[in-house]
Design a protein around this ligand. Structure first.
Ligand SMILES: [Zn+2]
Ligand SMILES: [Zn+2]
Length: 240
């Protein structure tokens, strides 16, 4: 059996019952990290630009850029900064098979999304797909695991509606290169006809990926796309 075919709960059973970060024994209710380490995973204030998730000026709902040239997505929600314990937890989820972290992390994002007024319009939760090379390496990916948790918590269907193609791995690219990637890096493999989509990613940096994935869904017929990322890399040097 390939590793990718092993259900996540099997890994949970096999995973040692110690905090992956500090090595403390885990209580029954803890997942992946002990309560002390979870307490250091804190959200950013929910005051970022409602449209793109960027910095705003003095409590304005939109940043300067979105006030003049808004991105294709109807909104962007981010939960925490890609730094410290949250960064280490996402890296453990992405690269070290610590799938048990997906539920508590995804749940945090879902709680923030649950208060959004547009949520009642959302028809499906869609993950930002990883590059095919990364899928082949690992078989499952952080954004998809998180999107499944968000979909379950918010009681919406989970749909793999996008495929990524034709570009190299994001982490090897500079900010400028990510910005200049061709517009066709995503394509819809499901027709989201007149549907409102909640698009989920684990980390956002420049927002270019969310914009392109959103545009692919809109081009395929989606009525609106709301974006959500568990974390935002405020300092792109922290990406790797
Ligand atoms: Zn710990
Ligand atoms: Zn903005």
């Amino acid at each position: 059996m390939r590793a990718s075919a092993v259900p996540a709960r099997v890994f949970e059973v096999l995973a040692p019952a110690v905090c992956f970060l500090c090595g403390m024994p885990l209580a029954m209710e803890d997942r992946g990290m002990c309560a002390g380490c979870w307490s250091t995973v804190i959200p950013v204030p929910d005051t970022r630009c409602q449209r793109c998730g960027g910095e705003t000026d003095g409590g304005e709902p939109l940043c300067l850029s979105c006030a003049t040239q808004p991105p294709p997505q109807a909104s962007t929600t981010v939960w925490g900064e890609y730094d410290g314990t949250l960064r280490r937890a996402i890296l453990a989820l992405k690269h070290h098979g610590r799938d048990e972290l997906a539920r508590p992390l995804g749940h945090r994002l879902a709680v923030r999304l649950a208060s959004r007024p547009w949520l009642e319009n959302v028809d499906a939760v869609v993950p930002v797909p990883s590059h095919p090379l990364r899928r082949a390496q690992r078989g499952w990916v952080a954004a998809e695991l998180l999107a499944r948790v968000v979909a379950k918590d918010l009681e919406r269907p989970f749909v793999r509606a996008l495929r990524r193609h034709g570009i190299g791995l994001q982490v090897r690219r500079t900010r400028a290169q990510r910005h200049d990637l061709g517009a066709n890096s995503f394509r819809a493999v499901k027709r989201p006809h007149r549907r409102t989509i909640l698009l989920i990613d684990d980390v956002t940096t420049t927002g270019a990926t969310l914009r392109r994935a959103t545009q692919a869904l809109l081009d395929a017929g989606a009525a609106a796309v709301h974006c959500a990322a568990l974390s935002i890399a405020l300092d792109p040097r922290r990406l790797v």
